[in-house]
Design a protein around this ligand. Structure first.
Ligand SMILES: Cc1cc2nc3c(=O)[nH]c(=O)nc-3n(C[C@H](O)[C@H](O)[C@H](O)COP(=O)(O)O)c2cc1C
Length: 183
């Protein structure tokens, strides 16, 4: 067990104007400030086409950014998935990304930030993410549903709503504890 953890934060949508990137950047920054190796894998900056070849079965055919993602997942002690809720689930882009790997997730610690523009914090996406992570053989860990994301974070990914400060600190404590347990 080491004090410094390697944590991969995954931003699950590439939508132009997306607001979930704000908590994704915030959480990545906060984990780095806590002394961890935290990196953001941002679907908005990656080229991940619709699944044609998984990394585990078509080793020489999968996309370059999937190889990057696969290596980062293998190196990580745990993942923090950041997902908006689209039509009561996770975005298709996130499910498509996740489906490219499988054995790489086995035994990894997963934590979740879900996001909505309204008041429900993406909890229906969270429920589906739990199901998917369990299928991976991952360890389902802490979550923080973020409501009204546009007013909770500003465009510089700073927390505007002070009611969330303690909740995020407590979430990050739980992410550390959960990830350490399975690293
Ligand atoms: C395709 C689409 C479907 C959505 N479906 C839901 C939904 O089912 N429930 C909800 O609370 N918000 C829904 N929203 C609003 C999102 O919560 C909102 O866009 C929020 O800002 C987070 O997503 P973003 O990162 O794309 O900005 C939807 C948004 C889009 C673009």
């Amino acid at each position: 067990m080491t004090d410094k953890l390697n944590i991969l934060v995954v931003e699950g949508t590439a939508r132009e104007g997306r607001k979930s990137i704000r908590p994704a950047r915030y959480v990545t920054r906060k984990l780095s400030e806590r002394g961890h190796e935290a990196e953001l894998f941002d679907l908005g900056e990656r080229d991940v086409p619709m699944l044609k070849h998984t990394r585990y079965s078509d080793n020489d055919k999968h996309p370059e950014d999937i190889e990057v993602f696969g290596q980062k997942v293998e190196e990580a002690d745990g993942l923090v998935i950041v997902s908006p809720e689209y039509n009561h689930s996770m975005p298709g882009s996130l499910k498509n990304l996740l489906d490219h790997l499988f054995p790489e997730y086995d035994g990894k610690a997963f934590s979740f930030v879900t996001v909505s523009g309204g008041g429900f914090g993406g909890v229906r996406a969270l429920s589906h993410l739990h199901d998917v992570a369990l299928e991976f053989g991952a360890y389902v860990g802490p979550d923080i549903p973020v409501s009204n994301v546009g007013s909770t974070f500003n465009e510089d990914s700073e927390l505007k709503d002070e009611n969330y400060e303690d909740r995020f600190e407590s979430f990050l404590d739980d992410v550390e504890e959960h990830t350490r347990k399975f690293s």
